[in-house]
Structure formats: C-alpha cells, structure tokens
Design a protein around this ligand. Structure first.
Ligand code: CMC
Length: 364
C-alpha cells in the first residue's frame, strides 16, 4: 500500500522552466535569472514577458501597451460592483469580478487576467470608501497605474518603483499552493480564468498569501520594541503561528524578504514616512527569530516574504485588507505561465487517496 504524504512534502509534481526555489541556500531563480537580477532592476511588464515567453505565439516584445489596453478593457466589469459585492472582503470581491472574464487560452485572455486583480481591487477599495472607481491609464506602467487608480492622484516615481519591485519579487515561486491549484485546474482544460480563480482561492488563506495583513496587526498589537518578547511568547503559548515566519521549502532566510526589505528601506528613507517603523519591525523580527529558535530548535524557522511585504505595502499606504489582492496582482503572471506549461504537458493531474474509512457491512 502507498503511504499518504502529509502536505505532499518532498513530492515533485511538475517539471517547469519557470522558476526554481532552492530552499537549502535561499535562492530563487525565475527563468534563468536570479531574483537579485530582477527585483528593483526590471519592470513587472518585463517579468510578465519573461514568464509568458514561448507560451503565446503572438506575445509582443514590449508587453506594456498591451497590458495597459487590457486594464482599460476589463474596467467595464467594475460596473457590476453592487452593494452585495461591496460587503465582501477585497479578495472575495476581486475574485467575483475576475470570474466575469470568460475562460480562454489566448494572449488576450491572459492579459485580461493579469490586469484583473489590479483594476478590480482598486475599484472595489474605492467603492468601499464611497468613491467612484477610476478608469485605468493605459499609458502608465502597471505599478504606477495601480497606485493612481487607488489614490486618485499620480504616485511618486519611488513609490511606483517600490510596488514594481514587489510585483516582480512575487511573480513566481515554484510549486507553491496557489500555483499547484492553478495547474490542477489547467490540467482539466477548464481555461485560464478557472486556473486563476483557483490560484486566488488558494492564495487567500493565512498560511499562504493571507499572512501580511496579520503581520501589521501583530506589529500594531506589540506597539513597542520592549513589548515584543512577552507578546510573541504569549501568542505561541496560545498555539498561534507567528505570521511572516517559517516556510515549507526555505531552511534559510527567504531571499524575497531581503529584496523587499531593501525596497522598504529605500521608500521609507526617501520619504520620511513612518519614521522608526523599520527599526521597530527589525526588533520584532529579531525577537521572533530568537524565540522560534528556542522553541523549535530542530526546525529552521526564518523570516519569509510576508514580513517585509507587510512593511512595504504599508509604506505605500495600501490598506492591509487588500494585501492579498496585491500579492495576486504579481503572482497572476506566474499562475498563467504555469497553466500554459501544464497544458503543454498534457496530462490530467489526478493523484490517489488511501481509503481509511469504514468498509461496507456486507464485506466486513
Ligand atoms: N510560528 C510558529 N510556529 C511555526 C511557524 C510559525 N510561523 N511555522 C511553523 N511553525 C511550527 C509548526 O507549528 C510546527 O510545529 P510542530 O511540529 O510542533 O507542529 C513546525 O514549526 C513545522 O511546521 P510545519 O507546519 O510543518 O511547516 P509547514 O512547512 O507545513 O508550514 C508555513 C509552512 C508557511 C505554513 C508555516 O511556517 C506558517 O504557518 N507560517 C506562518 C504563516 C505565514 O507566514 N505564511 C506565509 C508563507 S510564505 C508565502 C508563500 O510563499 O506562500
């Protein structure tokens, strides 16, 4: 009998040319480029081009105008925001609007889906704040337009750069839970919208992309550096997990945490926003790492991407309720590339389960 593997740990379920997560040394490679060569150096549109290359015959060399046009195209769907949709969380509302995009497999469908989390999240947040959604500006870069649609005024170049770095940093990450979910759905040939909806649904959980909102709650509850130890110990005594720490694959520090910490530093130092916030967060991080080491000496629990995601998105004045949506704005390119790659492999993903329930009476 085959043993069931809890959490599929160690199982290789796909071959991919898209990204590699080396958990032993803390290295992320995206289509042959190290994260350090991409984050803060190239635009999100360039990484979209990188990830989708070879999966769509008509992919243009410069994706920026086509993605801008796709943002403008999907904006029409924001007319469907009604009172019931406004009562949902931003992630649920963004997912509901994304579901209005017809399933397809062509480049147009892919670009509409990459545009969708950006356009729908900003529209929902504005409606929830009793403001009219702002139409996209197709001439802007994706990150700059997201901040403009959210705030109603142009973002400073440093802020657009900070968000661009974030979107690039989270664009793909091996066979994480949401990407696996997207590949399973793609393998049934359901279409790209269905694959992306599976990705959003898996991302939303607090063990995956739902962690950075609670990181801000944790920092706010701790309040002062000298409260950190007692607060963190009490949380662990209650059986809580510390958000922003631990990872299934990384046994060392998540390289994305450092890329984002650099981006936060640049942003905060350049603007004088939130003075002391980074130093406070670092103090909490050090306290958490020390306590986790004491409590779980056999398990290497390090800082993951979500800790500095929270600080970066906070510095960009994005509300914590929308942090998961912003994660989706970046990861959607990865989901789509993986979905296309899965289709190319051609096989339905269909593992087995081992029955451990009651046997029928007659057979007993
Ligand atoms: N705080 C406290 N204890 C932890 C934490 C944590 N953040 N992470 C793991 N542990 C403990 C866990 O309780 C378990 O202890 P025990 O063996 O006594 O039950 C042990 O460490 C091993 O944990 P695990 O559940 O086997 O680890 P996993 O590989 O299944 O989980 C994880 C990985 C990310 C879900 C987990 O570390 C966690 O819950 N972290 C907090 C949530 C978080 O930050 N999520 C964002 C993940 S990074 C974004 C992404 O790429 O998705």
């Amino acid at each position: 009998m085959i043993d069931a593997l809890d959490g599929l740990e160690g199982v290789v379920a796909a071959e991919t040319i898209l990204s590699e997560v080396d958990g032993a040394v803390g290295r992320l490679t995206i289509r042959g480029h190290s994260l350090d060569a991409l984050a803060g150096r190239v635009s999100y549109e360039a990484v979209v081009r990188l990830l989708l290359g070879g999966f769509f015959p008509d992919l243009p060399q410069d994706v920026r105008p086509a993605l801008g046009a796709a943002r403008a195209e999907v904006f029409a769907e924001t007319r469907a925001i009604d009172a019931a949709l406004e009562r949902l969380t931003p992630t649920e509302a963004m997912r509901a609007l994304t579901a209005r995009i017809a399933d397809g497999e062509d480049l147009g469908a892919a670009l509409r889906l990459i545009a969708a989390p950006a356009v729908f999240t900003t529209a929902v947040l504005r409606r929830q704040a009793r403001e009219a959604p702002l139409a996209p500006d197709p001439a802007l870069g994706h990150a700059a337009d997201i901040l403009r649609m959210l705030r109603g005024r142009p973002a400073a170049a440093a802020e657009a750069g900070g968000l661009d770095t974030y979107l690039v940093t989270v664009s793909d990450h091996g066979l994480n839970a949401s990407t696996f979910a997207a590949r399973v759905v793609a393998s049934t040939r359901a279409g790209l919208t269905s694959a992306v909806l599976a990705g959003v649904s898996a991302l939303k959980g607090p063990l995956h992309g739902g962690a950075p909102g609670p990181v801000i709650e944790m920092l706010d509850a701790i309040g002062r550096p000298d409260n950190a130890r007692a607060w963190l110990e009490a949380a662990l005594d209650r059986g809580d997990r510390l958000m922003g720490f631990g990872h299934r694959i990384y046994r060392v520090r998540d390289p994305r945490a450092d890329a984002l910490k650099r981006a936060v530093r640049t942003l905060i130092e350049g603007s004088n926003a939130l003075p002391g916030r980074l130093a406070f967060a670092e103090a909490v991080e050090q306290a958490a790492l020390g306590i986790l080491k004491d409590r779980k000496p056999d398990r290497s629990l390090e800082t993951n991407v979500e800790f500095y995601t929270a600080l970066l998105l906070e510095a960009l004045a994005i509300p914590p309720s929308a942090f998961t949506c912003v994660f989706a704005m970046g990861r959607v390119a990865g989901w789509i590339a993986h979905a296309r790659e899965q289709l190319r492999a051609g096989r339905l993903i269909r593992p087995q389960s081992r029955y451990v329930g009651e046997v029928p009476r007659a057979a007993a």
